[in-house]
Write a protein that binds this ligand. Structure first.
Ligand SMILES: [Zn+2]
Length: 357
Protein backbone atom coordinates (compact mmCIF):
# COMPACT_ATOMS: atom_id res chain seq x y z
CA UNK A 1 0.00 0.00 0.00
CA UNK A 2 1.27 3.42 -0.86
CA UNK A 3 1.05 6.31 1.53
CA UNK A 4 -1.12 8.42 -0.75
CA UNK A 5 -3.06 10.09 1.97
CA UNK A 6 -1.82 13.54 1.23
CA UNK A 7 -3.09 13.32 -2.34
CA UNK A 8 -6.74 12.72 -1.71
CA UNK A 9 -8.63 12.50 -4.97
CA UNK A 10 -11.03 15.30 -5.85
CA UNK A 11 -13.64 12.65 -6.62
CA UNK A 12 -13.82 11.80 -2.90
CA UNK A 13 -14.12 15.27 -1.46
CA UNK A 14 -17.69 14.99 -0.22
CA UNK A 15 -17.10 11.55 1.30
CA UNK A 16 -14.11 12.79 3.28
CA UNK A 17 -16.07 15.74 4.54
CA UNK A 18 -19.01 13.59 5.54
CA UNK A 19 -16.81 11.12 7.34
CA UNK A 20 -14.29 13.34 9.10
CA UNK A 21 -16.46 16.30 9.97
CA UNK A 22 -15.95 15.47 13.64
CA UNK A 23 -12.46 14.07 13.32
CA UNK A 24 -11.18 10.52 13.49
CA UNK A 25 -12.24 10.25 17.12
CA UNK A 26 -15.86 10.06 16.00
CA UNK A 27 -15.30 7.68 13.14
CA UNK A 28 -17.80 4.79 13.13
CA UNK A 29 -16.23 1.41 13.83
CA UNK A 30 -17.86 -0.34 10.91
CA UNK A 31 -17.95 1.40 7.57
CA UNK A 32 -19.43 0.14 4.35
CA UNK A 33 -18.19 1.80 1.17
CA UNK A 34 -20.67 1.26 -1.65
CA UNK A 35 -20.85 2.17 -5.31
CA UNK A 36 -19.97 0.98 -8.79
CA UNK A 37 -16.49 -0.33 -9.57
CA UNK A 38 -13.88 2.18 -10.64
CA UNK A 39 -14.90 5.00 -8.32
CA UNK A 40 -11.92 4.56 -6.04
CA UNK A 41 -13.52 2.95 -3.02
CA UNK A 42 -10.40 0.89 -2.47
CA UNK A 43 -8.12 3.93 -2.61
CA UNK A 44 -10.40 5.70 -0.18
CA UNK A 45 -10.28 2.75 2.20
CA UNK A 46 -6.50 2.61 2.04
CA UNK A 47 -6.18 6.30 2.72
CA UNK A 48 -8.52 5.99 5.65
CA UNK A 49 -6.54 3.02 6.99
CA UNK A 50 -3.43 5.16 6.69
CA UNK A 51 -5.04 7.90 8.76
CA UNK A 52 -6.05 5.38 11.39
CA UNK A 53 -2.61 3.80 11.62
CA UNK A 54 -0.51 6.96 11.48
CA UNK A 55 0.95 7.46 14.93
CA UNK A 56 1.18 11.22 14.70
CA UNK A 57 -2.33 11.90 13.58
CA UNK A 58 -4.47 14.61 15.17
CA UNK A 59 -7.66 12.66 15.69
CA UNK A 60 -9.74 15.75 16.35
CA UNK A 61 -8.79 17.48 13.11
CA UNK A 62 -11.54 17.52 10.47
CA UNK A 63 -8.95 17.33 7.69
CA UNK A 64 -6.30 15.02 9.12
CA UNK A 65 -3.32 13.99 7.06
CA UNK A 66 -0.97 11.14 7.76
CA UNK A 67 2.65 12.08 8.31
CA UNK A 68 4.22 9.49 6.02
CA UNK A 69 7.21 9.24 8.37
CA UNK A 70 6.17 7.54 11.59
CA UNK A 71 6.65 3.76 12.02
CA UNK A 72 2.93 3.22 11.36
CA UNK A 73 3.04 5.04 8.03
CA UNK A 74 6.30 3.39 7.01
CA UNK A 75 5.16 -0.13 7.81
CA UNK A 76 1.93 0.44 6.01
CA UNK A 77 3.61 1.63 2.85
CA UNK A 78 5.91 -1.39 3.08
CA UNK A 79 2.87 -3.66 3.41
CA UNK A 80 4.11 -4.93 6.74
CA UNK A 81 1.99 -3.19 9.34
CA UNK A 82 1.05 -5.73 12.01
CA UNK A 83 -2.22 -4.00 12.90
CA UNK A 84 -4.07 -4.25 9.62
CA UNK A 85 -5.71 -7.27 8.03
CA UNK A 86 -6.95 -7.59 4.48
CA UNK A 87 -9.74 -9.94 3.55
CA UNK A 88 -10.77 -10.53 -0.04
CA UNK A 89 -12.44 -13.36 -1.93
CA UNK A 90 -10.41 -16.50 -2.30
CA UNK A 91 -10.68 -18.01 -5.67
CA UNK A 92 -11.93 -21.46 -6.33
CA UNK A 93 -10.46 -23.23 -9.28
CA UNK A 94 -12.84 -21.72 -11.75
CA UNK A 95 -12.00 -21.00 -15.35
CA UNK A 96 -13.41 -17.51 -15.33
CA UNK A 97 -11.29 -14.90 -16.96
CA UNK A 98 -11.50 -11.49 -15.44
CA UNK A 99 -8.59 -10.11 -17.38
CA UNK A 100 -10.55 -7.70 -19.54
CA UNK A 101 -11.33 -5.63 -16.50
CA UNK A 102 -14.93 -5.26 -17.54
CA UNK A 103 -16.16 -6.76 -14.35
CA UNK A 104 -13.28 -5.29 -12.48
CA UNK A 105 -13.43 -5.58 -8.79
CA UNK A 106 -11.23 -3.39 -6.73
CA UNK A 107 -7.86 -4.99 -6.40
CA UNK A 108 -6.49 -6.24 -3.16
CA UNK A 109 -2.89 -6.61 -2.24
CA UNK A 110 -1.80 -10.19 -2.19
CA UNK A 111 0.27 -10.82 0.86
CA UNK A 112 2.50 -13.40 -0.68
CA UNK A 113 2.82 -12.49 -4.30
CA UNK A 114 3.89 -15.74 -5.88
CA UNK A 115 3.13 -16.17 -9.58
CA UNK A 116 0.46 -18.72 -8.74
CA UNK A 117 -1.11 -16.41 -6.20
CA UNK A 118 -1.22 -13.69 -8.82
CA UNK A 119 -2.75 -15.96 -11.40
CA UNK A 120 -5.27 -17.12 -8.85
CA UNK A 121 -6.14 -13.61 -7.79
CA UNK A 122 -6.97 -12.83 -11.41
CA UNK A 123 -9.51 -15.57 -11.49
CA UNK A 124 -11.68 -14.49 -8.67
CA UNK A 125 -14.79 -13.20 -10.34
CA UNK A 126 -16.96 -15.73 -8.59
CA UNK A 127 -14.69 -16.40 -5.69
CA UNK A 128 -16.05 -16.12 -2.20
CA UNK A 129 -15.00 -15.06 1.25
CA UNK A 130 -15.28 -18.12 3.41
CA UNK A 131 -15.93 -18.39 7.10
CA UNK A 132 -12.36 -19.45 7.82
CA UNK A 133 -11.08 -16.07 6.66
CA UNK A 134 -13.45 -14.32 9.07
CA UNK A 135 -12.69 -16.62 12.01
CA UNK A 136 -9.01 -15.88 11.52
CA UNK A 137 -9.86 -12.28 12.36
CA UNK A 138 -11.06 -13.17 15.84
CA UNK A 139 -7.57 -13.43 17.30
CA UNK A 140 -6.59 -10.22 15.61
CA UNK A 141 -9.63 -8.38 16.93
CA UNK A 142 -9.70 -9.67 20.48
CA UNK A 143 -5.99 -9.88 21.21
CA UNK A 144 -4.27 -6.52 21.72
CA UNK A 145 -2.56 -4.50 19.03
CA UNK A 146 1.16 -4.60 18.36
CA UNK A 147 1.55 -0.84 18.42
CA UNK A 148 -0.97 -0.13 21.20
CA UNK A 149 -2.94 1.88 18.71
CA UNK A 150 -5.81 1.41 16.33
CA UNK A 151 -6.31 -1.69 14.26
CA UNK A 152 -7.95 -1.93 10.86
CA UNK A 153 -9.71 -4.70 8.97
CA UNK A 154 -10.29 -4.04 5.31
CA UNK A 155 -12.72 -6.36 3.57
CA UNK A 156 -12.83 -6.07 -0.21
CA UNK A 157 -15.80 -7.38 -2.21
CA UNK A 158 -17.69 -7.89 1.03
CA UNK A 159 -20.68 -9.17 -0.93
CA UNK A 160 -18.62 -12.26 -1.69
CA UNK A 161 -19.04 -13.40 1.91
CA UNK A 162 -21.33 -16.36 2.15
CA UNK A 163 -23.99 -16.40 4.87
CA UNK A 164 -21.89 -18.35 7.35
CA UNK A 165 -19.02 -15.92 6.93
CA UNK A 166 -21.38 -12.96 7.26
CA UNK A 167 -22.81 -14.34 10.47
CA UNK A 168 -19.34 -14.88 11.86
CA UNK A 169 -18.51 -11.28 11.05
CA UNK A 170 -21.74 -10.04 12.62
CA UNK A 171 -20.74 -11.80 15.79
CA UNK A 172 -17.41 -10.01 15.86
CA UNK A 173 -19.17 -6.73 15.13
CA UNK A 174 -21.43 -7.18 18.14
CA UNK A 175 -18.81 -6.04 20.57
CA UNK A 176 -15.59 -5.06 18.89
CA UNK A 177 -12.86 -3.42 20.96
CA UNK A 178 -12.98 0.36 20.73
CA UNK A 179 -9.73 0.57 18.80
CA UNK A 180 -10.74 -1.78 15.99
CA UNK A 181 -12.11 -0.39 12.72
CA UNK A 182 -13.82 -2.38 9.98
CA UNK A 183 -13.87 -1.02 6.46
CA UNK A 184 -16.01 -3.04 4.09
CA UNK A 185 -16.13 -2.42 0.36
CA UNK A 186 -18.77 -3.57 -2.06
CA UNK A 187 -19.97 -2.85 -5.56
CA UNK A 188 -23.09 -4.93 -4.95
CA UNK A 189 -24.51 -3.80 -1.66
CA UNK A 190 -27.86 -5.45 -2.35
CA UNK A 191 -26.14 -8.80 -2.09
CA UNK A 192 -25.14 -8.15 1.51
CA UNK A 193 -27.37 -9.41 4.27
CA UNK A 194 -29.53 -6.51 5.54
CA UNK A 195 -28.37 -7.21 9.08
CA UNK A 196 -24.81 -6.54 8.03
CA UNK A 197 -25.73 -3.41 6.13
CA UNK A 198 -27.57 -2.04 9.10
CA UNK A 199 -24.60 -2.73 11.35
CA UNK A 200 -22.37 -0.49 9.26
CA UNK A 201 -22.35 3.19 8.51
CA UNK A 202 -22.79 3.35 4.75
CA UNK A 203 -20.81 5.72 2.61
CA UNK A 204 -21.98 5.90 -1.00
CA UNK A 205 -19.70 6.62 -3.94
CA UNK A 206 -21.57 7.98 -6.94
CA UNK A 207 -20.62 8.46 -10.57
CA UNK A 208 -18.86 11.83 -10.76
CA UNK A 209 -19.56 14.59 -13.25
CA UNK A 210 -17.50 14.51 -16.43
CA UNK A 211 -15.48 17.48 -15.20
CA UNK A 212 -14.62 15.86 -11.87
CA UNK A 213 -13.88 12.52 -13.54
CA UNK A 214 -11.54 14.22 -16.01
CA UNK A 215 -9.79 16.06 -13.20
CA UNK A 216 -9.42 12.77 -11.35
CA UNK A 217 -7.78 11.20 -14.40
CA UNK A 218 -5.23 14.01 -14.37
CA UNK A 219 -4.62 13.44 -10.64
CA UNK A 220 -4.04 9.78 -11.37
CA UNK A 221 -1.55 10.62 -14.09
CA UNK A 222 -3.62 9.19 -16.92
CA UNK A 223 -2.69 10.97 -20.17
CA UNK A 224 -5.01 13.43 -21.87
CA UNK A 225 -7.40 12.04 -24.44
CA UNK A 226 -8.26 9.00 -22.36
CA UNK A 227 -11.25 10.80 -20.84
CA UNK A 228 -13.12 9.87 -24.02
CA UNK A 229 -13.21 6.37 -22.54
CA UNK A 230 -15.18 7.47 -19.49
CA UNK A 231 -18.32 6.74 -21.47
CA UNK A 232 -17.21 3.11 -21.79
CA UNK A 233 -16.35 2.98 -18.12
CA UNK A 234 -19.68 4.15 -16.79
CA UNK A 235 -17.99 7.42 -15.85
CA UNK A 236 -15.58 5.67 -13.47
CA UNK A 237 -12.13 7.26 -13.70
CA UNK A 238 -10.27 4.51 -11.85
CA UNK A 239 -11.54 2.05 -14.41
CA UNK A 240 -9.97 4.18 -17.13
CA UNK A 241 -6.77 4.26 -15.08
CA UNK A 242 -6.75 0.45 -14.99
CA UNK A 243 -7.17 0.34 -18.74
CA UNK A 244 -4.30 2.76 -19.06
CA UNK A 245 -2.10 0.60 -16.86
CA UNK A 246 -3.07 -2.47 -18.87
CA UNK A 247 -2.31 -0.60 -22.12
CA UNK A 248 -5.82 -1.05 -23.39
CA UNK A 249 -6.55 2.57 -24.22
CA UNK A 250 -5.92 2.35 -27.97
CA UNK A 251 -8.02 -0.77 -28.49
CA UNK A 252 -10.87 0.74 -26.53
CA UNK A 253 -10.70 3.99 -28.45
CA UNK A 254 -11.15 1.96 -31.62
CA UNK A 255 -14.21 0.35 -30.07
CA UNK A 256 -15.54 3.73 -29.04
CA UNK A 257 -15.25 4.89 -32.62
CA UNK A 258 -17.65 2.18 -33.72
CA UNK A 259 -20.23 3.70 -31.40
CA UNK A 260 -19.56 7.25 -32.50
CA UNK A 261 -19.87 6.29 -36.17
CA UNK A 262 -21.91 3.10 -36.20
CA UNK A 263 -23.37 3.47 -39.67
CA UNK A 264 -26.71 1.84 -40.28
CA UNK A 265 -25.64 -1.53 -41.59
CA UNK A 266 -25.55 -4.21 -38.90
CA UNK A 267 -23.41 -6.53 -40.99
CA UNK A 268 -20.76 -3.87 -41.50
CA UNK A 269 -20.84 -2.92 -37.84
CA UNK A 270 -20.51 -6.56 -36.81
CA UNK A 271 -17.54 -6.99 -39.12
CA UNK A 272 -15.78 -4.05 -37.46
CA UNK A 273 -16.37 -5.53 -34.02
CA UNK A 274 -15.19 -8.92 -35.21
CA UNK A 275 -12.06 -7.30 -36.53
CA UNK A 276 -11.40 -5.55 -33.23
CA UNK A 277 -11.86 -8.74 -31.25
CA UNK A 278 -9.47 -10.60 -33.54
CA UNK A 279 -6.83 -7.89 -33.52
CA UNK A 280 -6.88 -7.24 -29.80
CA UNK A 281 -6.85 -10.33 -27.65
CA UNK A 282 -7.26 -8.16 -24.57
CA UNK A 283 -10.70 -7.17 -25.78
CA UNK A 284 -13.20 -9.75 -24.65
CA UNK A 285 -16.58 -10.51 -26.11
CA UNK A 286 -18.33 -10.07 -22.78
CA UNK A 287 -16.86 -6.62 -22.42
CA UNK A 288 -17.92 -5.69 -25.93
CA UNK A 289 -21.50 -6.75 -25.26
CA UNK A 290 -21.52 -4.74 -22.07
CA UNK A 291 -20.11 -1.72 -23.88
CA UNK A 292 -22.78 -2.02 -26.55
CA UNK A 293 -25.48 -2.04 -23.91
CA UNK A 294 -23.99 1.00 -22.25
CA UNK A 295 -23.90 2.76 -25.58
CA UNK A 296 -27.56 1.98 -26.19
CA UNK A 297 -28.54 3.34 -22.77
CA UNK A 298 -26.49 6.49 -23.26
CA UNK A 299 -28.10 7.02 -26.64
CA UNK A 300 -31.56 6.68 -25.17
CA UNK A 301 -30.74 9.07 -22.34
CA UNK A 302 -29.10 11.61 -24.62
CA UNK A 303 -31.91 11.70 -27.14
CA UNK A 304 -34.69 11.51 -24.56
CA UNK A 305 -36.25 8.87 -26.76
CA UNK A 306 -39.29 7.24 -25.41
CA UNK A 307 -38.82 3.55 -25.58
CA UNK A 308 -41.28 1.97 -27.96
CA UNK A 309 -42.01 -1.69 -28.47
CA UNK A 310 -39.34 -2.03 -31.16
CA UNK A 311 -36.81 -0.58 -28.76
CA UNK A 312 -37.88 -3.06 -26.14
CA UNK A 313 -37.50 -5.94 -28.53
CA UNK A 314 -34.02 -4.75 -29.39
CA UNK A 315 -33.29 -4.35 -25.73
CA UNK A 316 -34.41 -7.85 -24.89
CA UNK A 317 -32.26 -9.15 -27.72
CA UNK A 318 -29.28 -7.37 -26.21
CA UNK A 319 -29.88 -8.92 -22.83
CA UNK A 320 -30.06 -12.36 -24.41
CA UNK A 321 -26.86 -11.58 -26.27
CA UNK A 322 -25.21 -10.77 -23.03
CA UNK A 323 -26.10 -14.11 -21.56
CA UNK A 324 -24.77 -15.88 -24.63
CA UNK A 325 -21.64 -13.74 -24.83
CA UNK A 326 -19.35 -16.10 -22.96
CA UNK A 327 -19.48 -18.85 -25.50
CA UNK A 328 -20.91 -17.78 -28.83
CA UNK A 329 -20.88 -20.70 -31.25
CA UNK A 330 -20.15 -18.49 -34.21
CA UNK A 331 -18.58 -15.17 -33.32
CA UNK A 332 -19.46 -13.25 -36.45
CA UNK A 333 -23.02 -14.50 -36.52
CA UNK A 334 -23.41 -13.57 -32.89
CA UNK A 335 -22.01 -10.09 -33.55
CA UNK A 336 -24.36 -9.58 -36.47
CA UNK A 337 -27.28 -10.36 -34.23
CA UNK A 338 -25.89 -8.03 -31.58
CA UNK A 339 -25.42 -5.20 -34.10
CA UNK A 340 -28.92 -5.78 -35.37
CA UNK A 341 -30.38 -5.49 -31.88
CA UNK A 342 -28.26 -2.49 -31.00
CA UNK A 343 -29.09 -0.51 -34.12
CA UNK A 344 -32.75 -1.19 -33.55
CA UNK A 345 -32.62 -0.32 -29.86
CA UNK A 346 -30.91 2.98 -30.61
CA UNK A 347 -33.45 3.72 -33.31
CA UNK A 348 -30.68 4.07 -35.91
CA UNK A 349 -32.17 1.23 -37.86
CA UNK A 350 -35.91 1.17 -38.40
CA UNK A 351 -37.62 -2.10 -37.82
CA UNK A 352 -40.65 -2.25 -40.11
CA UNK A 353 -43.44 -4.49 -38.97
CA UNK A 354 -41.66 -5.04 -35.70
CA UNK A 355 -44.02 -6.33 -33.10
CA UNK A 356 -42.96 -7.01 -29.58
CA UNK A 357 -43.30 -10.73 -29.06
ZN1 LIG B 1 2.40 8.70 10.28
Amino acid sequence: MQAIDNNKLVIHKSQWQALLRLGLVRLPHALLLTGAPGLGKRQFAEQLANLLLCERIDATNATPTSCGECPGCRWLSADSHPDIRYVSPESDDSDDDDSDGASATEKSPEKAVSPTAKAKAKKRTRASIKVGAIRELEDFVFVGSHRQGRRVILITDADAMNNIATNALLKILEEPPATVYFILITSNKDRLLPTLRSRCRQLAFARPSLAVATLTLRELGVPKGSEALLSLAGGAPLQVQRWHQAQKIDGLKALLKTFQQPGNNPLALAARWDDLLKKDDQLKMEFLVEAVQRWVVDQALASNTRLNSATFTGWRGLLQSRRAANHPLNQLLFLEELANHALRATGIMASPGQVAA
